[in-house]
Design a protein around this ligand. Structure first.
Ligand SMILES: [Zn+2]
Length: 192
């Protein structure tokens, strides 16, 4: 075996987020660096603290897109509050690079032994109308369509749009959930 040993290089930079000076480092993996050295050795970057802050902000924003639900909390919610026929819920669809929200109603609250929730009135062409208790779509469980409990603000916006689904910008979602958004998209190092 003739493998090159990995190395770490460092470079002093100024943070574009908070303005501090910091020493950036980059380690090679099996002889190759994650980014070209000439692009690493630049005067500015994002310090570890600002990177973490950005990452946290993204996580919060991602959760907010799902109206602050995840599969597990949705499952717990439906366990505690079993859905009933005619109940209003929200379908979130992140396909086509958009955040689309639709107002749906429960058609069958407990379909089969799996207690699937069958909804009326939403289909983007590929997803089924049947959801697991986690809100995952039965035909595309890893897909970008999920069922979420009703949300006052989102529901109101759809209703004032004649009941038609709405598409929200990340900025608008951040606003609804009181999150900061201005510098959010800048996760990685700026490459001049
Ligand atoms: Zn910083």
């Amino acid at each position: 075996m003739n493998r090159r040993s990995d190395q770490t290089i460092t470079w002093d930079k100024k943070c574009t987020g908070c303005g501090c000076r910091f020493t950036d480092s980059m380690t090679s993996l099996m002889g190759s660096f994650p980014c070209p050295v000439r692009l690493f050795k630049v005067p500015t970057g994002l310090c570890p603290e600002c990177q973490k802050e950005n990452k946290d902000r993204w996580e919060k924003l991602r959760l907010a897109c799902h109206l602050n639900w995840n599969f597990e909390t949705v499952r717990e919610h439906f366990l505690e509050h079993p859905p009933v026929k005619g109940q209003e819920m929200i379908v979130y669809d992140s396909s086509w690079n958009a955040n689309t929200y639709a107002l749906v109603t429960v058609e069958v609250p407990e379909h089969t032994r799996q207690k699937r929730i069958v909804i009326a009135s939403y289909s983007n062409g590929y997803n089924g109308q049947s959801f697991y208790r986690t809100g995952q779509n039965c035909y595309a469980p890893k897909g970008q369509v999920r069922l979420l409990p009703y949300h006052q603000e989102i529901g109101a916006r759809i209703k004032s749009n004649d009941g038609h689904e709405i598409s929200l910008q990340l900025r608008e979602i951040a606003e609804i959930f009181g999150l900061k958004c201005e510098s959010t998209p800048n996760i990685t190092h700026k490459i001049p």
